[in-house]
Design a binder for this molecule. Structure first.
Ligand code: ATP
Length: 233
C-alpha cells in the first residue's frame, strides 16, 4: 500500500442485514498525520463508512488495512488496540454522568483531566454537573477534549459539527486540528463542507456509496460537486 498509510480501504462493499449494498467498492487512503474530509449528502453512506472503518460493521468485500495490517476481520475492540478511535455522530457522552465522570472514563489520570480543565475553563467551572445539562457545543468539546491528552493513531469523526452553532463549530474544528498536530490522522466525515475544508488536506466526495471525486483541498469545489451528484440515481 501507499507509504505511511494509517488507513487503506480497497474495494470496500458493505450494507446492513440482507439489504442491498450501501457502499459499492470504496477506495480510500488516510496517511499518517493527514486529515481526509469525506463529504456527501444525507444518506450517501458516510456513517456506514465510519462503522466499517471502526469495526462496528463487517464489510462484505474488499480490504481494510490499518497501520499496514489487514484488519477486515478485526473487531472494534481489536482496532481500538491498534489506535483507532471512533467519535460517533451524536457525541457519545453520558448525559446522566457528571463532566468529571465522563472525563474519567477516557482519562483515568487526574492530571490529564486537569489539563482538559485548564484548556476549557467552561468545563472546569461545572465539573460536578450532569453532562446532559451542557450546551450541545460544550458536550462535543467534552467528548473530544480527551483526544488531546491521548491522541489516537486514527480518529474517525462522524459529523462532529452536527447541530452546533457556527461559533462552536469553529472551536470543534480548531480542536480537531490541534489533535492532528499531536500526530493523529483524521477521517473526518461531514455533510456541511465549508468548515471541514478549512482543516482538510485531502477531500473525498461520497455519493450513493461511491467516491465520485477525490483530490487535494485546494482543488475541491463542494458546490460544483453537490450540483453534479445530488439527486443522482
Ligand atoms: P446521514 O447524514 O443521514 O447519517 P450518511 O451519509 O451517514 O447519512 P448512512 O447513515 O451511512 O448515510 O446511510 C446510508 C444508507 O444506509 C441509507 O440508505 C440508510 O437508510 C442505510 N442505513 C444506515 N444505517 C442503517 C441500519 N442500521 N440498518 C439498515 N440500513 C441502514
Amino acid at each position: 500500500g501507499p507509504e505511511g498509510a494509517v488507513l487503506e480501504l480497497t474495494g470496500v462493499r458493505a450494507g446492513y442485514g440482507g439489504g442491498a449494498d450501501v457502499l459499492h467498492g470504496v477506495d480510500l487512503t488516510v496517511r499518517a498525520g493527514e486529515i481526509v474530509a469525506v463529504l456527501g449528502a444525507n444518506g450517501a453512506g458516510k456513517s456506514t463508512l465510519c462503522r466499517v472503518t471502526g469495526g462496528l460493521l463487517r464489510c462484505r468485500d474488499g480490504a481494510v488495512r490499518i497501520g499496514g495490517a489487514e484488519s477486515r476481520g478485526d473487531s472494534a475492540v481489536a482496532r481500538s488496540r491498534r489506535g483507532v478511535r471512533l467519535a460517533p455522530e451524536g457525541r457519545g457522552i453520558f448525559a446522566g454522568l457528571s463532566i468529571e465522570e465522563n472525563l474519567a472514563l477516557q482519562l483515568p489520570a487526574a492530571e490529564d483531566r486537569e489539563a482538559v480543565y485548564a484548556r476549557f475553563p467552561a468545563l472546569a467551572a461545572r465539573r460536578t454537573v450532569p453532562a446532559g445539562s451542557l450546551s450541545g457545543g460544550e458536550q462535543q468539546l467534552l467528548a473530544l477534549a480527551p483526544l488531546l491528552q491521548c491522541p489516537p493513531a486514527l480518529l474517525i469523526a462522524d459529523e462532529p459539527s452536527l447541530g452546533l452553532a457556527p461559533k462552536v463549530v469553529d472551536e470543534v474544528f480548531a480542536l480537531l486540528a490541534e489533535v492532528r498536530e499531536r500526530g493523529t490522522a483524521l477521517l473526518l466525515v461531514e455533510e456541511k463542507a465549508a468548515e471541514a475544508l478549512g482543516i482538510a488536506d485531502t477531500v473525498a466526495y461520497l455519493a450513493e456509496g461511491r467516491i465520485v471525486w477525490r483530490g487535494p483541498r485546494a482543488e475541491a469545489d463542494p458546490d460544483r460537486l453537490a450540483d453534479a451528484y445530488l439527486g443522482m440515481g
